[in-house]
Ligand binder design. Structure first.
Ligand code: ATP
Ligand code: MG
Length: 140
């Protein structure tokens, strides 16, 4: 059993897509075992995206991620890291497969609705960034 961190980004929340994203997870047999809504400070966003700090889009990305509330969730399931990435689609919505969240709803390479951890190590770090043990529900 694997866990991953999903985030509905400020554009997803702003466009009224919280329910749609969650529906896709549930329809695909992915369990949500933790969820909250938070508005990150710039400091928080810079920490969360520290791996990208040398990238040309870092300032723009952190400004975007602090532009409104976001919905971080922990997803659980077999192979859920890859499953979630498949449901999300490619980073650039123009390259994303038909029917994926990003292909259906993203408006820009940056404003791409959702985040998903890309490996078990990053999933563990990202989950800890948003949730403590008490906030995680063992749903059996
Ligand atoms: P995420 O980490 O959000 O799940 P990802 O793993 O598909 O997305 P990354 O390469 O980790 O993509 O980039 C992190 C985020 O930075 C992207 O989701 C997007 O919002 C933004 N981003 C990535 N590349 C660019 C770019 N060339 N120009 C602007 N923003 C970008
Ligand atoms: Mg990434």
């Amino acid at each position: 059993m694997e866990r991953t961190l999903s985030i509905i980004k400020p554009d997803g929340v702003g466009h009224g897509l919280i329910g749609e994203v969650i529906r896709r997870f549930e329809k695909n047999g992915i369990k949500i075992i933790a969820m909250k809504m938070v508005h990150l400070s710039l400091d928080d966003a810079r920490k969360f995206y520290a791996v990208h700090k040398e990238r040309p889009f870092f300032n723009s990305l952190t400004a975007f991620m602090t532009s409104g509330p976001i919905v971080p969730m922990i997803l659980e399931g077999e192979n859920v890291i890859e499953k979630n990435r498949t449901l999300m689609g490619a980073t650039n919505y123009k390259d994303a497969a038909e029917g994926t969240i990003r292909r259906n709803f993203a408006t820009d390479i940056e404003k791409n609705i959702v985040h998903g951890s890309d490996a078990p190590e990053t999933a563990a770090i990202e989950i800890k960034f948003f949730f403590n043990e008490l906030e995680i529900c063992e749903r059996g």
